[in-house]
Design a protein around this ligand. Sequence first.
Ligand code: ATP
Ligand code: MG
Length: 363
Amino acid sequence: MEKVIQKLLKEIYDSGYQAYVVGGYVRDYLLGQTSNDIDVCTDATPKELKEIFPEASIPKDDYGSVIVNQGSLHFEITTFRKEISYQSHRFPVKLEYIKDLYQDLLRRDFTINSICIDQEGSIIDHLHGRRDLELKVIRTIGDAFLKFEQDALRILRAVRFATTLDFELSPETEEAILKHKHLLRELSYERKREELDKIFTSKNAKAGISLLIQLGLDQELELTHLKEVSYTDSLIAIWAVLDVLDLYPFTSNERDLICDIKEAYLCQILDPFNLYKYGLYVSSVAGEMKGESVLEITKAYDALPISSRRDIAVDGDFIAEVLGKEPGPYLKDVYEDLEREILYHNLKNEREAIIQYCLSTYQ
Ligand code: ATP
Ligand code: MG
């Protein structure tokens, strides 16, 4: 464990509180991966933590956690708690700060996320997380049926960890997911998308998608086209195939890309005008979805005589001057015609050739 992390635990400890690294950092560390996001749990309350770390910030939407950034490390320090009641199968609405680590571990989701490291660097593993890391198993802490009923996001987290870590679900965990999968309908599309993005961008995405289908989660997530997704590196291509712009949240940039990819998919990718219109990225993604060679698409794109309107050897004002007219909306059609003629090699992208073409076609 890095010295900076140990130092932060010591600072809390020396102030008279318990403090442990827990969750993803410990799990990934034991699997030989490092992370800059560190979850710490403690019996100090947020108010007490603010006294130890005056620079700490308190996130608006969270309660019971403070954030401390040190260099590139991002610490989320959370007070031990007991979650008493949940709302909409997601949010703990009532919680109680407690003093006991073991009780705090019991409220967590999976055994592999319950392993702790203390300020001396020693591992504390009350719930056999290391055994399950070795067995490569995702197993809920305590009653699986209750865990998923309390918070349905845990269903997607289970599939996400099974995918990213290449682990299996324990039989009881799988059975409980099957029983409670309909609760996924109550989660926000934002939270569902966050987990799905992590599944789709994993190097093991193919297995993750198969697992979602095998468990019947595609139905509950309203991803009716999930079976049509063939593995590609591009996250946006997967969402284009899934065709859920009306349900899931996307940025306007993502929306534009998805629309272009869907449109390009229906066209001849290698056609020079289409390559020019959609650009290399969209053409490659749509081409890959159609099983075409990205290398060939790239070669064809690189061979285009122009890649944007700016590459045409004359500008609009000059064309208007040649035609003896004022510039106006008619130039848009002239431009499009010139683009096509140049892209299909009917016209050289040279000043003189374009002047002659414009005079003979538009005068
Ligand atoms: P990663 O940060 O890699 O996504 P993580 O396991 O650290 O994985 P976080 O969302 O950072 O996930 O949560 C930190 C820890 O808090 C988890 O390891 C787990 O112990 C607990 N936790 C997070 N979300 C839940 C949940 N929905 N139900 C129960 N415990 C949870
Ligand atoms: Mg984390």
